[in-house]
Design a protein around this ligand. Sequence first.
Ligand code: PLP
Length: 360
Amino acid sequence: MARVYNFSAGPSILPEVVLKQAAEEMLDYKGSGQSVMEMSHRSKVYDDIIKEAEKDLRDLMNIPDNYKVLFLQGGASQQFAAIPMNLMKNGVADFIVTGQWAKKAYQEAKKYGKANVLASSEDKTYSYIPDCSDLPISEDADYVYICHNNTIYGTTYKKLPNTKGKILVADMSSDILSQPVNVEDYGLIFFGVQKNVGPAGVVVVIVREDLVRDDLPEYVPTMLKYKTQVDAESLYNTPPCYGIYICGLVFKWVKSMGGLKAMQAHNEKKAKILYDFLDQSKMFKGTVVKEDRSLMNVPFVTGNDELDAKFVKEATAAGFVNLKGHRSVGGMRASIYNAMPIEGVEKLVEFMKKFEEENM
Ligand SMILES: *Cc1c(COP(=O)(O)O)cnc(C)c1O
């Protein structure tokens, strides 16, 4: 078996121990004689799986009791529509556009109400986070929306925007569980799980109780009403059972690693190795401003498209895969999510050094 160092932005690397456990439990989950894929989502054995996943996530993130946790389908993108449908009471939302994911969420929200862009970093290919200390927040805004970590561009909020008392909504798809989060700073947090937690298709929504409304417009699909999903405890219809099971295993793994503070220390150590190298390299350069660098996604370029392509090709052959950057940034991107071991980053940097020496 040859496992590679996988730097994919998503779907992405998962902890090897989790994959092994899933393999072991594939044919017979805990003496049930069934795979988790085969069992009824209404069975006691499955109920324990989803309840335990929720409990572990609550423990990890310290989620207060007045927040609901939903395991849903449709990925993060489905929430770009569900959020305005559920949260727009006045029909107004403010957006900070720091990348393509925030922009897509903004464009989708426009279909359901008035969506305002308060700040954007599109002028410089989203290579920084705008100053959000004194934004012209709309008086009647139902919420202010951010993408907390910009997967494509490699920026992240080091300080949350001043929403002037309005509810903050955050897409944390690519940095969930990478560091502690104060859930009470938000009205709603959501994440597609395929970056840091599990198989694509599952999206987790953490929403404050009082934002779960029953008085929604007639057109809102039953499946997209948070109230439907809250009342049914995420089992209104068949949930993505197997995906949720894997998420549960990953939550246990994060716990075993020491929780979110320990995860943060691990991630900071990893990211520093790569950023320190980029800062002194004569060939490779990071593409975003230093203050806003992500711990999870690290885009870099040589400044020469041919050399970038050569690097990606040789890195792939050496077992460092999925390093090609997003087409809108070019160059390379190393996604170093929770499950990437320090050794993976150390070896990548060694490889980059060698490449630099051979190609200068
Ligand atoms: C990957 C990603 C998405 C899209 O997720 P899907 O599950 O494919 O809809 C949205 N937001 C962020 C920040 C992402 O990284």
